[in-house]
Ligand binder design. Structure first.
Ligand code: NDP
Length: 425
């Protein structure tokens, strides 16, 4: 199966779905789910959230050209922003020319925090907890036997002494590092934390402030890497080597200036959030973890790194916490997630996490290349043309007519779109 499909964007919605099914990226069931364009079942919608009124559809599309660990995948993305999918596909195409993405899973575990206050002797309590690690693991296993049966559960216990502004020890925080198997694990962790809080409180004679998972998921780090021959980066104005050096300098700058880092990282998260959403995972959890990790040195920095290696190729690296699941939460409830999991060719949460971090790297390359060469506005606005045409009131065939004229217009804005539409009618 090959994820490079020429002129995919020129096909109709139905043709695109059929083509993906023919290529083996979708089963009959997945194909039908996408063809149907159905809203959620009313009972599901009413039970997913509180005070439900209606539904709020967003488009789902696919990014092409992704080769992750030598496997072709089609990347489903839910987003309201034009240009995200085009940029992702474009970045993946350049990266493919160098052999695609390779990824590394550093660990796959979630962190649960038990925060204790008023502990009489914090240092002694920390030592006691380390000594009682196996008792804590035993209590956790009894509280959540199903995760242990699946091969997961608490892997280790860590302690942290949290100091106040005067650098005096104030809180004792216990981290339970939990293997949550295929789930994101929020509820699994919270069950385990509640069961372990009471016995630990009794041992250390303090009281609990709270217990909750940490979204700073540095026990779920994933790295995506790529190496690209610089020739594929050349533009009319710049040689490939010049573009590569400018991209490298752009990441150097994003490590120095938080004003730029925030925008650099927002671009990365454009792609990541869209796949996290399409896979039924929690976008806020991933965002929180990613930005916390970007601040790990005490300064908020750009998340990615690009440099030119000795062979003269452009190398890209992105490491992020990616504690996503393939079961549980909304994943098991939203019907379209099944079709999206088929497109992604995933059977395990680690495969999903690898693809998501790769998407972040592709998105980043595409944005950086545009920024250090022609600027993003030309490409971005030409993809915004459809949205402008619709905003101006164009419907059906009018949309393409307005878009064609808008692309030729000196100023691409709403007033121009409205004027073109008036001229057509
Ligand atoms: P669930 O509460 O749905 O738990 C996972 C479920 O999947 C369990 O019922 C488990 O079964 C089942 N399961 C089936 N197969 C497997 C397998 N192979 N591995 C692991 N579990 C399996 O989901 P999560 O605990 O993952 O929680 C995710 C949700 O929690 C998200 O919706 C998130 O938004 C939300 N949340 C997030 C928080 C945060 O990020 N701070 C805080 C609180 C909630 P069994 O019961 O038999 O173990």
């Amino acid at each position: 199966m090959d994820s490079t499909i020429s002129k995919f964007y020129q096909k109709s919605r139905q043709e695109r779905i059929k083509l993906l099914a023919e290529k083996g990226f979708l089963t009959e069931q997945g194909e039908q789910l996408l063809m149907d364009e159905q809203l959620l079942d009313a009972t599901i919608a009413d039970n997913m959230i509180e005070n439900q009124l209606s539904q709020f559809p967003l488009p789902i599309g696919v990014a092409l050209n992704f080769l992750v660990n030598q496997k072709d995948v089609i990347v489903p993305m839910v987003t309201e922003e034009p240009s995200v999918i085009a940029a992702s596909s474009n970045g993946a195409k350049m990266i493919r020319s160098g052999g695609g993405f390779t990824t590394e899973i550093h660990e796959r575990a979630m962190i649960g925090q038990l925060i204790f206050k008023d502990v009489p002797d914090i240092e002694a309590a920390a030592k006691m907890i380390q000594d009682k690690e196996s008792d804590i693991i035993e209590i956790a296993s009894r509280a959540h036997p199903s995760i242990v049966k699946r091969g997961g559960g608490v892997k280790r216990v860590e302690t942290r002494i949290i100091t106040n502004e005067e650098r005096a020890p104030e809180y004792l925080t216990v981290h339970l590092i939990v293997d949550v198997q295929e789930a994101m694990g929020a509820n699994t962790i919270n069950t385990i934390l509640e069961a372990t809080a009471e016995p630990i409180t009794n041992w250390i004679k303090g009281s609990t402030l709270m217990q909750i998972l940490s979204n700073y998921g540095d026990a779920s780090l994933v790295t995506a890497k790529c190496e690209i021959p610089v020739t594929v980066l050349a533009t009319q104005e710049y040689s490939g080597a010049e573009v590569a050096n400018r991209i490298s300098e752009a990441t150097h700058y994003a490590h120095l200036d938080p004003y730029r880092a925030a925008t650099h990282n927002k671009g990365i998260m454009n792609g990541i959030d869209a796949v996290v959403m399409a896979s039924g995972n929690d976008t806020r959890a991933i965002e929180a973890g990613a930005h916390a990790y970007a601040s790990r040195t005490g300064r908020y920095k750009g998340m990615s790194n690009w440099f030119v290696n000795e062979a003269g190729n452009l190398v890209g690296e992105l490491t992020l916490p990616m504690p996503v699941g393939t079961v549980g939460g909304a994943i098991s409830v939203l019907p379209l997630v099944k079709a999206n999991q088929e497109l992604l060719q995933i059977h395990q949460a680690t495969e999903l996490a690898s693809i998501i971090v790769s998407v972040g790297l592709a998105q980043n390359l595409s944005a950086l290349k545009a920024l250090v060469t022609e600027g993003i506005q030309r490409g971005h606005m030409s993809l915004q043309a459809k949205a402008l045409a619709i905003h101006a009131g164009a419907t059906g065939d009018e949309i393409e007519q307005v878009v064609a004229e808008l692309r030729k217009a000196p100023q691409m804005n709403l007033a121009t779109a409205q004027a073109i539409l008036k001229k057509i009618n």
